[in-house]
Every structure is written in structure tokens, then in C-alpha cells.
Design a protein around this ligand. Sequence first.
Ligand SMILES: [Mg+2]
Length: 344
Amino acid sequence: MNIMPPAEDLARSPGGKCPDGKSSPDTVLIAEDDPIFRRVLQTWLQKWNYRVTALDDGADAWHALQQDDCPQMAILDWMMPGLDGIEICRRIRRLKKGPYKYVLLLTAKGGKEDVVAGLDAGADDYLTKPFDVNELRARVRAGKRILELQDALMKAHSELQFEAAHDHLTGLWNRGAIMDLLHRETQRSARIGEPLGVIMADLDHFKQINDSYGHPTGDAVLQEVAHRLLESVRNYDYVGRYGGEEFLIVLAECAPSDLIVTAERMRTYVSEKPFDTNSGSIPVTISIGVAAQRLLGSELRREEELVRAADTALYCAKANGRNRVEQAPGICPGDSARTAAGQQ
Ligand SMILES: [Mg+2]
């Protein structure tokens, strides 16, 4: 199952979000060409604490309803210049993006056939002019209830999507999600011919930290490492928790030389300042292995191969003394598992 949201919704930092920021169930667009009815509607709705946009033309209303932060509820007159209310209803329902819009059709027509035509076109409800104010209030309130329910469902969906893709402790992408992202970026880098880098980072002697200070402190150390890793990368890189104390970082469109620089920046940032925990100040280091997608004339590496190459380089970093960066063969022309940087 692919649990990832669309690419444009992805962010490296935690924070599931609803797709619509400004609009809310108490925002209403009125499209009515009769100035008296428009004024009456606007006055009453504002009195009931709705945020109102009032227009006198169907084409302007349709334009407004296509904006990202448009009102969620629309009260549309049937007969208007530009576009009539029925046509706007049809167009709203053909729109695939954005949250559901609740449409109340306002009409002087009261025949059953007209009502059916209005509902068939996509209206949720209708009101016949001249309308009773209490009826208007009740019908608008019913629409608001539906929009509030929709908002609650979208929020719950967004939270579930966030939880399914993120590590509970650190807020980073979890293993399934970071591998999905790596798969996506591997395909994309092949398509556009841009380099792709993978960094595997592992805490040094993490078991000793857990054994000496206890698991709550170990968890706090993992959280701080996650924070420092995020601070070391560009805001469009992906940082994931790959395993217990192992992290996988995916860097799209990253030149090999920048990949090495980034890895070294991560290592330095984690090790240069001891971690301030409830158990006192703890020095922490990480070992890092890096691998890059080889492009232009060489065979495309699958994501599993990239991870394996980075993991092998990480193993070398551990074997060579820890707190260092090692790179997999092939990052730079003629390279063969040479040390990029390191200290011990
Ligand atoms: Mg009219």
C-alpha cells in the first residue's frame, strides 16, 4: 500500500496539514445580482458571524470559487449575468481539487421541476425568494454543520496519514515512508538526469547510552540526533528513521561533492556539542556511509542497491574507528571506497 501523500504535500518536517489553510465552514460567498437581496443576505449573514464575500456577477463568482482560499459555502442566485447559478453548480461539482463546497441555490422559481433541476446540477439545498430569515438561518446552519463534519473528517484523515508515514518517537519519516520516497526520487533522478545521494547514519555505541543512562535518556538522544540531522540538510531533503538508531537521508539533485560535504556537516553537528539530557551532558557521535546514484551511461541502481552501498560504507566507517564518513565506490570518478573525511 502506498501511504505517501502527493509529492507537492510532502515536507521533511513533522506536521500533517489540511490542504486548505484559510477557508473554513463560516466563510460564505454570495452571488446575487439584485442589490437589495444581496444587501439583505450579506447583512444577516454577517450578523450571524459568517465571513462574507458578496458579488453581483456569476462569472466573478466562479472565478472566486476556484481560488485556493475560497469560501466553503456558496449562496448562488439562479438568474445572474455572466453565469447562472445552475451552471456554476455544475462547474463546482466537476472541480476535482479542494474540499467540498456546500451550495445553496437561491431562486424566485419554486416549481418542483426547477428544484429538481437545481439539485441535479449539484446544489445541496435551495431557498425560494422572497425567503424567510429564520429559514435562511436554519438552512445556512445545516450547511455549516456538514462543512464542519467534512473538516473534522479531513483532519482525522490527515492525522492518520501523518501517523502512518512518520516515526512516533522522532517525528521523522518511518522506514516504509523513507523507502517509498527513495523509490520515487530514484525514478525521478533517472527521468531528469540529476544526481541522487543517500546517506546512512548510525549512532556510535548507542547500547552503552541505553545501558548507562536508561531508555528514556536513550530516546531523548535519538530525538536530539533527529533534530540535528534535520538541521544539517536542505528543507527539501528527506530524513527518515531506518531502524533503531539508524537513519536514512535522501538528497535529491545533490552533486556528489555536496553529498560528502553534507555528510561531514551532519557528523560534525552531532558530535561538536554534547547532548544536554536529564541524565546530564552526554557526548554523542555518529558514523556515516554515503552512496550516490550513478548516471549518464551507467546502469540505474535500484533503491535497495543504493541503501546496501551506503550501509556497506557505514560498516567501513564503524570498522575504521567510528565518528567518520566513508563513501561507497563510484561517487566520484575513479573512487574506490576511500575515506571522505573523518576523525577519531
Ligand atoms: Mg438574479
